[in-house]
Design a protein around this ligand. Structure first.
Ligand code: IPE
Ligand code: IPE
Ligand code: MG
Length: 226
């Protein structure tokens, strides 16, 4: 079995999938949400400790139409409510990264109620959802915090103040939807990640495709500059 600590996924292509299948972007976001569960279950079965999912970027929040954003907020809140017992049963520790400010009240409320939960014993998975997230802002915040602690600006101290302090850098970053870019996702943490850009739109991405990526990953020699 492959021993992986951290897999991160940029879940892109929902809108295009919705247009293709229902002539409706919203449907794509709806089916995109449905596609998360099998991936989580695969990670648990394969003892992947950390899964980070890019659900909404800061730029999405600034630039997408209000109607589309409201629908994403609706789906996000519904997902968190609907999956509560699943997360508990499967011993999944759910956290969020990104900017809280500016988000609707109900979203902030549900996020903080989840973040306040005591740590689960015998955890199976740390699931982290990047929502209204910007990697550039995360890095700026970390620099500011490090300075305010009167600590030197070095790699170790900066990493102590990044959101990924516990999960560490992902070994693998996958982006679905055919674009070969990171779109402000884990820019610092991806320094030595293996990047997999797949054409499949997120709602069509399957566990089988994830397995194919992991099979490729194990054949790769990671040098870290050596
Ligand atoms: C990614 O899907 C999810 C979000 C940004 C919320 P998109 O909405 O970017 O879908 P495409 O890339 O337009 O198909
Ligand atoms: C990146 O996708 C963000 C998420 C998938 C959440 P975008 O669709 O926003 O990326 P760009 O704008 O095409 O780079
Ligand atoms: Mg997109």
């Amino acid at each position: 079995m492959i021993r992986l600590n951290h897999v991160a996924i940029i879940m892109d292509g929902n809108g295009r999938w919705g247009i293709k299948n229902f002539k409706n972007r919203t449907k794509g976001h709806e089916y995109g949400v449905k596609n998360i569960k099998p991936i989580i279950e695969f990670c648990i079965r394969n003892k992947i400790k950390n899964l980070t999912l890019y659900a909404l970027s800061k730029d999405n929040f600034i630039k997408r139409k209000k109607g589309e954003l409201n629908n994403i907020f609706y789906l996000f809140e519904k997902y968190l409510n609907d999956q509560k017992t699943f997360f508990e049963k499967k011993k999944i520790n759910l956290t969020f990264i990104g900017e809280k400010s500016g988000l609707p009240k109900n979203i902030k409320k549900i996020m903080s109620s989840i973040n306040k939960k005591p740590n689960v014993l015998n955890l199976n998975l740390n699931l982290c959802i990047a929502f209204n997230y910007s990697s550039k802002l995360e890095i700026i915040k970390s620099f500011k915090k490090t300075l305010s602690q009167n600590k030197a600006l070095n790699i170790k101290n900066i990493e102590q103040n990044l959101y990924t302090v516990k999960s560490n850098d992902p070994e693998i970053i996958i982006r679905t939807g055919g674009m070969n870019r990171l779109s402000d996702f884990l820019l610092w943490q991806s320094a030595y990640s293996e990047l997999y850009f797949v054409k499949t739109l997120w709602p069509s991405f399957t566990v089988r495709k994830l397995k194919d990526i992991l099979r490729k990953f194990i054949t790769i020699k990671r040098n870290f500059g050596a």
